[in-house]
Design a protein around this ligand. Structure first.
Ligand code: FBP
Length: 547
């Protein structure tokens, strides 16, 4: 591997660990837990892993541990810091016994089912410490949900003498980790399953999981480039930049970037839903900001758009829900329809209300809504060009206002989508430390015989020394939701809370940011230098923790 100068210097970085994990640990058990909702249903589905207590690791006496073999899987979209979870896990099991071994399954959960794996030795691990990406073993979106897959996985687990499997993934992958933990526990297979909270989207969080890893680095990467665009925008003063930001469902990324860069407009999907706004309402809101700025001679600005927006507009949400159920039930029939007839076919099959909305959508967007779902049944919102849809509609509205004499100005738009460029950035100090600690914590959960737990590291706005490491039963985060037309147990997604501190801080400032040009230019992530430049947690985390 040819390495950049930064990569070489960064390899020497020693991620920080919570104080309690620096030596031998013991388990401090908390209260028994219950799921966030639908307790009876979840309990019935997870009889062996429901109700387990919260766990915290505290300093303990050193004990001799036998060597253990552990398997690790990277699941779903990439997020900065995955390699550090693996290096923390590796160092953790080696600290327990130097003869312990780590096996990585290749290209995600599919590697377990297909028996595609490699041993991760110290030479390999050292090549990837503190680097971005998931390329050490690759990732994939195969959904682990069928008994045949669990049994196929068990074959290789037995063959390699694996005692525990660590699944590094988002809400859907950790839901599957929990189902797998329950299955192996019910069958008494002697295989533990531990989850680690990953996703740039930031929507796998709750009382015990303060943030998912990768959110920090991805938001800082996007904020750097949005800041650069804002400076360009304020220099030329001739474009409106419509910037779509990744985050399949929740708007955490858009909100965090807004807090970092102070754009003229940021749409928050959760608010659109709460206020029952139509697409036209969203367009009118943006057009009004454009018109107000134009009245002051400012024909430029920035608009941040969360990629999941389309699914939060209530009328669109109902349409997508019907499309999801319809396409799940009629997949083979739909596959036989010629591409040129698909639009008419869908219009003829939907209920009256949804068929009318579908027919009113621009052809491209309508088509994007019927494309293949991902393996978890989600619409692939990254493929929908919401930034163009909105700017086209704003242009039409402004033209109309111009005719009516309500707008005087020029409107020229540029479009951007920031997503993939942030998912594999070299992890910030926060993510490098957080991920290493999550991996190390996973090794301690394994050593203590736990299964069906997610690795948890809390108090993360304090110095790493003071972080609190432990485990949360995954069943605690679950509720029942409709997926592929059926009710399923899933980890509840954390959406932006409109009464939460991050949204309130944004809402208190947005009118001023809209009319004034008070852009902030955060610059690139810094890995070396003063702590206030290198070690800050996200604004979201700081505001949530009252900092
Ligand atoms: P995860 O939830 O698996 O972490 O993935 C998040 C994400 O980056 C979303 O923000 C985005 O919508 C999606 O993955 C894109 O998926 P793909 O990489 O398959 O195009």
């Amino acid at each position: 591997m040819t390495k950049s100068a930064l990569q070489i210097a960064r390899a020497a970085y020693q991620p920080k660990l919570p104080k309690a994990l620096k030596g031998a640990v013991k388990v401090k058990e908390g209260e028994p837990t219950q799921s966030v909702a639908d307790q009876e249903a979840i309990k019935a589905l997870f009889p062996n892993t429901y109700g387990m207590p919260l766990i915290q690791f505290v300093e303990g006496e050193a004990v001799n541990m036998p060597a253990i073999n552990v398997g690790v899987i990277l699941s779903g979209g990439q997020a900065p810091g995955g390699h550090n979870v693996i290096s923390g896990l590796f160092d953790g099991i080696k600290a327990l016994n130097k003869d312990s071994k780590l096996y990585g399954f290749i290209l995600g959960p599919g590697g377990l089912v297909d028996h595609n794996y490699m041993e991760l030795t110290s030479d390999i691990i050292d090549e990837y410490r503190n680097t971005g990406g998931f390329d050490i073993i690759g990732s994939g979106r195969t959904k682990l949900e069928k008994v045949e897959q669990f049994d196929k996985g068990l074959e290789i687990i037995k063959e390699l003498g694996i005692k525990a499997l660590v699944i590094i993934g988002g809400d859907d992958s950790n839901t599957n980790a929990c189902v797998l933990a329950e299955y192996y526990a019910a069958k008494n297979c002697g295989v533990q399953v531990i989850g680690c909270p990953k996703t740039i989207d930031g929507d796998l969080k709750n009382e015990m999981i303060e943030t998912s890893f990768g959110f920090d680095t991805a938001c800082k990467t996007y904020s750097e480039v949005i800041g650069n665009i804002q400076r360009d925008c304020n220099s030329a003063r001739k474009y409106w930049h419509f910037i779509k930001l990744m985050g399949r469902s929740a708007s955490h990324i858009a909100l965090e970037c807004a807090l970092q860069v102070q754009p003229n407009v940021c749409i928050v999907s959760e608010e659109v839903e709460e206020k029952n706004m139509s697409l036209d309402d969203v367009v009118t809101y943006i057009a009004q900001v454009v018109a107000n700025r134009a009245a002051q001679g400012n024909n430029f600005g920035t608009v941040l758009i969360p990629e999941g927006l389309i699914e939060f507009i209530p009328a669109m949400k109902r349409l997508i829900a019907e499309l999801n159920d319809f396409l799940a039930a009629n997949a083979s029939e739909f596959a036989l329809i010629k591409k040129s007839h698909q639009r008419e076919y869908i219009i003829s099959k939907l209920s009256k209300e949804n068929s009318e909305i579908y027919a009113s959508l621009p052809e491209g967007v309508a088509r994007q809504l019927t494309l293949d779902r991902d393996p978890h049944g989600n619409v692939q919102v990254s493929l929908i060009e919401t930034e163009k849809l909105l700017s086209d509609m704003v242009a039409v509205k402004l033209a109309q206002w111009k005719e009516e004499g309500k707008y005087v100005g020029k409107f020229a738009a540029q479009h951007h989508f920031f997503g993939y460029e942030g998912r594999c950035a070299a992890p910030s100090n926060f993510d490098a430390d957080y991920c290493y600690s999550l991996g190390y914590t996973a090794s301690m959960l394994i050593a203590n015989g736990k299964t069906g737990y997610m690795s948890s590291v809390r108090n993360t706005t304090a110095p790493a020394e003071e972080w609190i490491a432990g485990g949360v039963p995954i069943t605690m985060m679950m509720n029942m939701e409709r997926r592929h037309g059926e009710m399923k147990p899933v980890i509840q997604k954390a959406l932006v809370k409109l009464d939460g501190a991050p949204f309130k801080a944004f809402a208190a400032q947005r009118e001023r940011w809209a009319i004034e040009t008070d852009y902030v230019y955060p610059g690139p992530i810094q890995y070396f230098g003063p702590t206030e430049v290198c070690d800050q947690a996200t604004k979201t985390l700081q505001l949530e923790q009252g900092k």
